[in-house]
Design a protein around this ligand. Structure first.
Ligand code: NAD
Length: 421
């Protein structure tokens, strides 16, 4: 029997018993991985009986890999993710030292996982700093391979920084660097291809899930040729590739200019009532405010790397924090996907039973959805909500909830499994 997930004609083909490579992770990775797998297994069994099953295959990375093989990211690990297409990981500590890249970045770059997907939803009962958390339901598509995060930086005082400065001043006629001699430099590449593939994935996701809108979040008012271009390429793509399924804010503005406000409003209303995805844009700083005040106005968010970093953490905080925020890194053109707990290794609580396994469990539910096993994913969501509504939580949420019952990492997972049954 073939247990590897395949990618053919733009679609993943999933056997009934796919092998899922997993990295346990450092720090609390050890505490949360096994309980999370038990929850996911229980959900699959509840949904499909004995007809479907995940075959977990441990692959090494991080400290455990270093101890056993002398290498933080053995080639076999990368190969396993390539061979089996879809995997999951716990958090990895970034090793300190010259020349060692972040292991997470290495995985993303090797597999060209250009989308960082973070769904943000609220579970009934979870403490939230916002007034109407039940209205928060957003899906962040953060570009993962470009922008200021691409790692093109030159440290002040080095030969490269001085060559770069010389090039900027003498060849590019740049005269706005305030303190040239003591400046470090970073370069922000944003490409048409990179922007289009990210925004295409966001629109496709909205269309497939019948979500109402895609908001392009950018800082194009200041960075016109990178962030501004990202917005324009996004609108162009929506109008050319998804003309039948979308209505853009740019089209609204054109109609308003040509035919007036009443006509533009009528077109927008017609697009909404016919189920079209509304594609709009918001400047990043305004978005951070708007997402707090009117979260219900935004559904899918398509944004660049750095903006996406800030937005992910703010939105996660609105629905209960990083302990229950899942994520995935995906290449929709090759099918490669790695689902992951979005928090770090939390060394301060590792081995104490205090870690919340929610982030990894929900990442597992996202993995099930990616496989098309939605029924199993629903079991996870329902059981987790039921657990929270009974105020049974791990220590990160315990202190914020009145009358809460404190559970350890493992007990919390057991409670979810009970609720699945
Ligand atoms: P962190 O996310 O590990 O911890 C921040 C705070 O949140 C800590 O107080 C921690 O106890 C708490 N916390 C995190 N996850 C929790 C959970 N599941 N349940 C309860 N509390 C939780 O961030 P950090 O301290 O900045 O980073 C520690 C290490 O993790 C660093 O080496 C960093 O490079 C790495 N890191 C890895 C990833 C990843 O693998 N995706 C992400 C972020 C940080």
């Amino acid at each position: 029997m073939n247990h590897a997930i395949q990618f053919q004609h733009g679609k993943i083909i999933v056997p009934d018993q796919p092998v899922i490579p997993f990295i346990e992770g450092d720090g609390i990775g050890k505490d949360i991985t096994e309980p999370s797998q038990r929850v996911i297994n229980a959900a699959v069994t509840a949904a499909y009986g004995n007809t479907k099953k995940l075959i977990w295959k441990e692959v090494l990375a991080g400290k455990k890999a270093f101890e056993l093989t002398g290498n933080y990211m053995p080639d076999e690990t990368l190969k396993a993710f390539q061979d089996y297409l879809v995997g999951i990981k716990g958090p990895l500590e970034t090793p300190v030292g010259e020349g060692i890249r972040s292991l997470n970045v290495a995985l993303r770059q090797t597999l060209d996982l250009y989308v960082c997907l973070r769904p943000i939803r609220w579970f009934k009962g979870v403490p939230s700093p916002v007034r109407y958390p039940e209205l928060v339901d957003m899906h962040i598509f953060r570009e993962n391979t470009e922008d200021i995060y691409a790692g093109i930086e030159f440290m002040t005082g080095t030969e490269k920084a001085s060559q770069f400065l010389d090039f900027l001043i003498n060849e590019m006629e740049v005269n706005v660097i305030r303190f040239p001699e003591s400046s470090s430099f970073g370069v922000k590449p944003v490409s048409k291809e990179g922007s289009e593939r990210l925004i295409r994935a966001a629109i496709q996701y909205a269309v497939q899930r019948e979500l109402p809108s895609v908001t392009i979040v950018h800082k194009g008012n200041i960075m016109k040729f990178t962030e501004g271009a990202f917005k324009n390429w996004g609108y162009d793509l929506a109008e050319t590739e998804f003309g039948e399924q979308t209505f853009t804010w740019r089209q609204y503005q054109k109609t308003e200019k040509l035919l007036g406000k009443t006509e533009a409003k009528a077109e927008l209303a017609k697009a909404k009532s016919s189920g079209k995805v509304i594609v709009k844009d918001v400047i990043t700083d305004a978005f951070l405010q708007e997402s707090l005040l009117h979260p219900f106005d935004h559904s899918v968010i398509a944004t660049l790397n750095l903006n996406g970093d800030y937005i992910s953490d703010q939105l996660a905080a609105m629905v209960g924090g990083i302990g229950i925020s899942p994520g995935a890194n995906i290449n929709y053109n090759s099918g490669y996907a790695i689902f992951e707990a979005t928090h770090g290794t939390a060394p301060n609580i590792a081995g104490t039973g205090k870690a919340n396994p929610g982030s990894l469990i929900l990442s597992g539910a996202m993995l099930l959805e990616y496989l098309g096993w939605d029924k199993a994913a629903e079991h996870v969501y329902d059981a987790m909500e039921h657990t929270f509504s009974k105020r049974k939580v791990t220590s990160d949420l315990f202190s914020m909830m009145e009358g809460a019952i404190l559970l350890s990492t493992s007990e919390f997972a057991n409670e979810i499994i009970r609720n699945i049954h």
